[in-house]
Design a protein around this ligand. Structure first.
Ligand SMILES: Nc1ncnc2c1ncn2[C@@H]1O[C@H](COP(=O)(O)OP(=O)(O)O)[C@@H](O)[C@H]1O
Ligand SMILES: O=C(O)C1=C[C@@H](OP(=O)(O)O)[C@@H](O)[C@H](O)C1
Ligand SMILES: [Mg+2]
Length: 180
């Protein structure tokens, strides 16, 4: 049984980290925090604005700092952004202080789920499918490397995915109440 103090969701855009994360946190009595929202609260501007002003590198630094703040506590479910695993420091923080779940979805699923999404800076392009395939090729090995558990969300609604994942988690993860 893994006794990490927090639960961390990783995986590509549209995997359901935010939507499944909220439901799962409720089931397990955890506080829910979305790392993108934490960055936005801390800076007072949107993720898109940070990408515009500081580029992706600037956003990754802010994302790492946000994860450090959030993971310092316990009993929190943290929904990360899809690119958080690119940063070695962020990966180390998650591994140290979290049970890490990789939510998987394929590119076709992403295209469907994100068809109406306009606020993800990396998807402000005509050739979304190419972008998503390139991101997947670069990131899938990092998700696999960082994860304690992989869960495929394809063909599952957020509610179904939450129920099944909750069952799997109950067998694998129990935060140690005595640990700081
Ligand atoms: N399992 C699912 N089945 C269908 N649609 C989903 C599923 N998970 C998420 N979505 C939809 O996909 C979009 C992106 O989901 P979101 O939770 O923001 O993903 P992420 O945080 O991983 O990028 C939302 O519109 C959400 O309602
Ligand atoms: O894949 C990425 O690099 C990103 C994913 C986004 O989060 P979601 O995965 O929650 O969409 C957000 O952090 C930012 O737009 C960058
Ligand atoms: Mg999200």
């Amino acid at each position: 049984m893994d006794t990490a103090p927090n639960l961390v969701l990783i995986g590509p855009m549209g995997a359901g980290k935010t939507s499944i994360g909220k439901r799962l946190a409720e089931r397990f009595g955890l506080a829910f925090v979305d790392a993108d929202r934490e960055v936005e609260m801390h800076t007072g501007v949107t993720v898109a604005t940070i990408f515009d002003c500081e580029g992706e590198a600037g956003f990754r630094e802010r994302e790492r700092a946000a994860l450090a703040r959030l993971l310092d506590g316990r009993d929190t479910l943290i929904a990360t952004g899809g690119g958080a695993v690119l940063d070695a420091g962020s990966r180390a923080l998650m591994r140290e202080r979290g049970f890490v779940v990789h939510l998987h979805v394929g590119v076709e699923g992403q295209l469907q789920r994100l068809a109406r999404c306009t606020n993800r800076p990396l998807l402000q392009r005509e050739d979304r499918e190419t972008v998503l395939r390139e991101l997947a090729a670069a990131r899938e090995p990092l998700y696999a490397d960082a994860a304690d558990l992989r869960f495929d969300t394809r063909d599952l609604s957020p509610t179904e995915a939450t129920s099944r994942l909750a069952e799997l988690l109950a067998e694998r993860w129990k935060p140690d109440a005595a640990a700081a």
